[in-house]
Every structure is written in structure tokens, then in C-alpha cells.
Design a protein around this ligand. Structure first.
Ligand code: ZN
Ligand code: ZN
Ligand code: ZN
Ligand code: ZN
Length: 142
């Protein structure tokens, strides 16, 4: 079956060609609008020049490092945390996922608990005092 062997051979060389060939035409960087050739960052549904993909706040080049984004606007880890996130009022760590807001403060849901006994709240009812939350037992001695 030499015919089949020929087919396989040509298919392979086609694949190799498209793999190492020039970047797809028409993909232009949304930042500088020039076509992206060479090193690029594929992110947020677009292709960017590596040096164009940077934090919207401090202009640090993000390259292929981890980043946050709001819509199509990228931010570096630090800027996103300081400008968009708040710290948990209990553990003082940044809240990146779910949070619970009470008494004008934000908490990790698992950190919203009685400040005295560190217990959870029965029936989700808590007693606020001086911007702190107490359970039914502890509010009396607070
Ligand atoms: Zn660019
Ligand atoms: Zn930044
Ligand atoms: Zn916390
Ligand atoms: Zn308590």
C-alpha cells in the first residue's frame, strides 16, 4: 500500500509547516493595534505582544505571570489586591472569593463568628456590639 504511505507522509509535513510557520495573519494586538509576531501572550480572548500586556495601574509587564482582570482590563496581582480587594476584618488576609459583609466590614464567610468564643452563630443570628459580632451566649458578658 504505497499510496497510503504517501498520504500519511504529506499530511505530516503539512502539519509541521503550519506549526512552525508565521503567526496567523490578522491577529493584531488590542493595545498597540500592530500585528502580533514573535513572542505573544494569549489572554482575555486576544493576542498581545508580550510587552503590551501590562497592568492597567502600574504598567508592570505581566507577560505570562498570573494576573487578575476586570472585563478586558488586566491588573497585576498587587494592584488588583490593593485597589479592588478588601481584607477580612477577622484574620486580616485578602478576600479573593466569597465574602460576607456585616457592620460595614467584610469577612471570609468562615471567619464571621463570635469574637468571644469563636463559635458559629446558631440560626445565623448574631448580636452586634461596637462593630463586633457576638453569639447569643456571649453578648450578655460583652
Ligand atoms: Zn502590542
Ligand atoms: Zn500593577
Ligand atoms: Zn478571614
Ligand atoms: Zn460566643
Amino acid at each position: 500500500m504505497s499510496d497510503l504511505d504517501d498520504l500519511i507522509g504529506s499530511l505530516q509535513s503539512d502539519l509541521q509547516k503550519s506549526g512552525s510557520g508565521p503567526t496567523q495573519e490578522g491577529k493584531s494586538c488590542p493595545v498597540c493595534t500592530r500585528v502580533v509576531l514573535g513572542r505573544r501572550v494569549d489572554a482575555l480572548g486576544d493576542s498581545y505582544h508580550e510587552e503590551c500586556f501590562k497592568c492597567n495601574t502600574c504598567a508592570k509587564i505581566l507577560g505570562t505571570t498570573e494576573f487578575y482582570h476586570e472585563g478586558k482590563t488586566p491588573f497585576c496581582d498587587e494592584c488588583f489586591r490593593t485597589s479592588r480587594l478588601t481584607k477580612c476584618a477577622d484574620c486580616d488576609e485578602w478576600i479573593t472569593g466569597k465574602y460576607l459583609e456585616a457592620m460595614n466590614q467584610k469577612y471570609h464567610p468562615e471567619h464571621f463568628r463570635c469574637v468571644t468564643c469563636k463559635g458559629g452563630f446558631v440560626d445565623n443570628s448574631f448580636f452586634p456590639k461596637n462593630n463586633r459580632a457576638y453569639c447569643a451566649k456571649c453578648i450578655n458578658s460583652a
